[in-house]
Design a protein around this ligand. Sequence first.
Ligand SMILES: Nc1ncnc2c1ncn2[C@@H]1O[C@H](COP(=O)(O)OP(=O)(O)OP(=O)(O)O)[C@@H](O)[C@H]1O
Ligand code: SF4
Ligand SMILES: [Mg+2]
Length: 336
Amino acid sequence: MGRPLLVVENLSAVITTGRGPLTAVDGVSLSLDRGEVLGIVGESGSGKSVLARTIMGLHCSDPRFALSGTVKLDGRDVLGLEPSQLRAMWGPEVGMVFQDPMTALNPVKRVGTHLVEAVRKHQQVTRRDAVGQALDLLDMVGIPDPRRRINQFPHQLSGGMRQRVVIAMALANRPKLLIADEPTTALDVTVQRQILDLLDRLRGELGMAVIMISHDLGVVAGRTDRVAVMYGGEIVETADARSLFDAPRHPYASALLAAIPSLKGAPHQRLAAIDGTPPDLVMPPSGCRFAARCDAVHDDCRVQPPQLIFDGTHGTACHYPVNPLISTASNTSGDT
Ligand SMILES: Nc1ncnc2c1ncn2[C@@H]1O[C@H](COP(=O)(O)OP(=O)(O)OP(=O)(O)O)[C@@H](O)[C@H]1O
Ligand code: SF4
Ligand SMILES: [Mg+2]
């Protein structure tokens, strides 16, 4: 398959806050092949958006963010790029779709203007050609009657249609990687499903890799090749989607799945079923960050932070995993 499209190694993002340094992303490593879909799930505050934005290079010039580790996108060192190089990358290399389409759309600009600007940012084409591309993009994302829609303002579109426009903007320069950060949370259930189906279709048509971020397990179930579960700024479990859904090993992932009666056709199920609160990322606990909420906790869990240990391609950060494939898995990490 060749070199992975995205390689993230030991990535951390520490934010300066009024309470002290907050480690929003802590030593995250992951990789993504071309055309692959990775789901990142985790409850609110687990670091999903900071991770996504750091991968995009959006925090590079923010003095409040201290970044370490590496992000290589198609061989380029994202965290080392100049602002102009990052701007050149956003569009043809990586596109992003956020939760709320209105934040990506200027209310006083017509739909067509958004798309024409997105096209011309990276392509030396005439306005007429750019308008032609804008119409094609609207058609591609399933917006009926593009010739009428192109002249409308964002507020004249429904939430689902607006999100389709934002997706069209992200795809205007055919990125190799699309990062969708909770792209459907603001939409009602039926429209959510339509947008997810659209992303599935476009991924197939355009052959792009996708990182699909959600606190909604139903969104990633059945739509991703691999899944990474985040907790307290760390990846606590990662595996191909089937293994993770069939036999989760981290107690957090296991509890989340057990709390959902049926994953099939349930894109509105939320990761809110676990009692307790997430760790304070300004003062994280010294051992396992999930210890205070874990039914399987042992004394050593509170002292020794578990590392992400791989068994083939299935990684788990837990001293006492559920469903361990190898019976000694807990011993290798836990009896120290
Ligand atoms: N600009 C910022 N300034 C200070 N703290 C921040 C900032 N951005 C994120 N954080 C903190 O970093 C942690 C991770 O936030 P992040 O937005 O990545 O979580 P998330 O997993 O995307 O959550 P959600 O599901 O609510 O979107 C949180 O504790 C959050 O409060
Ligand atoms: S390391 Fe211990 S506390 Fe942490 S998830 Fe595993 S069993 Fe639970
Ligand atoms: Mg977020």
